[in-house]
Design a protein around this ligand. Structure first.
Ligand code: ADP
Length: 505
């Protein structure tokens, strides 16, 4: 060592002080024989303080044991090499602080003695940067958001994080052959490049938009794209952060549907409201027209009744009483129909099912209809139906029958016949009401169930155009149907079908 000390001279000093790496020279006993200023500074020692000290002094305790082995092994091979392949190396400062280092070992022989020169660099800063880089890389890869990086010229993806690879179903290798246009079905290259222009000419810093991505399996998912340009090295790249907004999209979609549905319900309610208002207006004008004629008939019959005071004038009195009764019945029927419309429109129609003999309804309908019969008119109806019971809403069946039978009478001439027939088939009751009346013109048949509709040939006969409309509504509500066949000036047949277990419908 003495020899070395003496011979090193100024050249070593000059050279070693000019080098920014720490230089530590040890002899084979691992004693430090020289250290430059950078090494002293790195380990916190004054000039010359390390000389003669064991190398161990600069090695953290936990590494000392292994170090011996490495050192001896190295001496045997005696070639220049980098220390700590694949391992992190640490040095120990005088203050006891461990610092990450990198060391290259150079054996040499001088004046018959063997020495090793260690070139040591403090890599704390580099380690910190590596650590930081690792953290960023983890954030990049582990982010649940999807991150795509693509070249601003070729548009090809250069890097895509794990989250994105998993959701889109392509590997990074596959994606490297793709551009964003390949996974965005709403764009073609021209439209996508156009989108990038403001980012490229820096008119804007960031571009946010919503579109769809297409997975490898073909499925689409809605995404929110946040795109910005970034210099990576000397290349201009685009970084796209993608949020899969399927849930939000579904939620918005649901919300939109709900709003649409509510708006529809609201406008429906408005239409109903308008119709109801319409109905009220029509009702008022109908009342004035439809009620006036029968009321004045009743009025004149009462006036005439007063005149027939003699007991032998009973026939005449009876005729007027019949007129009054039929007109009152007529008005009562109109009111029943109007009430029914109101209930159907306001949704307050509640059906009441009961088991009743069909003859009960028929007898009442025919009894009342008799008051309306014109001269020579008659009603035929089966009289063997006493045993037949049905489950239905009795009042509604009565309302249906009253309307159909009264129409048959009203739209038929004197001395004509109205036939009522029943058939039971397939758990279904069919009632047919047949008349020999004015019939319905072919061209108007399709409007027959429209509310207020009245055929051209019926306009001189009193009516409101409501009856068939409510009959159809009730039957539809109860699972039944109404149809008709008619020939002008020959007659009409109206058929209704009622399910016999209609209370289950
Ligand atoms: P209304 O009889 O009060 O006018 P309805 O709704 O009962 O109202 O009938 C609508 C229209 O259908 C009638 O105005 C008439 O033109 C036609 N109609 C209904 N029943 C018959 C029938 N038996 N014969 C001929 N036309 C009929």
């Amino acid at each position: 060592m003495k020899v070395f000390e003496e011979k090193k001279g100024n050249i070593f000093k000059l050279l070693s002080e000019a080098i920014s790496e720490g230089i530590i020279i040890v002899n084979i006993k691992q004693e430090i024989v020289a250290s430059n200023e950078a090494a002293n500074e790195m380990f916190g020692y004054a000039e010359g303080e390390l000389i003669g000290k064991p190398l161990e002094l600069l090695i953290p305790k936990q590494y000392r044991k292994n170090h011996d082995g490495h050192f001896n092994g190295f001496l045997k091979k005696s070639n220049t090499r980098q220390m700590g392949h694949g391992r992190d190396l640490y040095g120990l400062t005088k203050d006891g602080v461990q610092i990450p280092v990198e060391a290259g070992l150079n054996p040499f022989e001088i004046y018959g003695s063997q020495y090793i020169m260690a070139l040591v660099s403090d890599i704390s800063v580099r380690k910190e940067m590596e650590q930081e880089l690792r953290q960023w890389s983890n954030i990049f890869n582990e982010s649940l958001n999807e991150i795509f990086i693509f070249d601003s010229e070729t548009l090809r993806f250069t890097n895509v994080n794990k989250g994105a690879q998993i959701n889109i179903g392509y590997s990074l290798e596959e994606l490297k052959n793709f551009t964003p246009v390949d996974i965005k079905p709403d764009f073609d290259e021209t439209s996508f490049r156009e989108l990038l222009i403001p980012l490229l000419d820096k008119t804007i810093e960031k571009l946010d938009f919503e579109t769809f991505h297409q997975r490898k399996d073909g499925s689409l998912y809605p995404v929110e794209v946040h795109l910005q340009s970034s210099m990576i090295g000397d290349k201009q790249m685009f970084v796209a952060i993608i949020l899969d907004i399927s849930e939000r999209f579904e939620y918005t979609q649901k919300l939109e549907n709900t709003v649409k549905e509510r708006t529809r319900q609201l406008s429906e309610a408005l239409v109903k409201e308008r119709e109801l208002n319409d109905l009220k207006t029509k009702f008022l004008s109908l009342v004035s027209h439809e009620f006036k004629t029968p009321l004045s008939g009743i009025f004149s019959s009462i006036n005439l009744l007063e005149r027939y005071t003699e007991s032998e004038q009973q026939d005449k009195r009876n005729k007027h009483i019949k007129t009054i009764r039929s007109k009152v019945k007529y008005l009562d029927n109109i009111l029943t129909d109007f009430l029914s419309v109101e209930r159907l429109e306001s949704g307050n129609q509640a059906y009441k099912f009961s088991n009743f003999p069909i003859s009960k309804v028929i007898n009442e309908v025919v009894y009342d209809a008799n008051m309306l019969l014109k001269d020579g008119q008659k009603i035929n109806y089966p009289n063997n139906i006493d045993e037949i019971y049905i489950d239905f809403d009795e009042n509604i069946l009565q309302l249906i029958m009253v309307n159909l039978v009264n129409n048959a009478i009203k739209y038929s001439p004197e001395y004509s016949t109205v036939d009522i027939d029943f058939t039971f088939e397939n758990n279904q009751l069919t009632i047919e009401i047949k008349d020999e009346g004015i019939g319905i013109p072919d061209s108007e048949k399709k409007y027959m169930f429209n509310r207020y509709f009245r055929a051209e040939n019926a306009l001189l006969i009193q009516g409101t155009g409501i009856g068939l409309n409510i009959v159809k509504s009730h039957l539809e509500n109860l699972g039944g149907t109404i149809t008709f066949e008619s020939e002008e000036n020959v007659g009409s047949v109206f058929s209704i079908k009622v399910p016999l277990n209609s209370n289950n419908s």
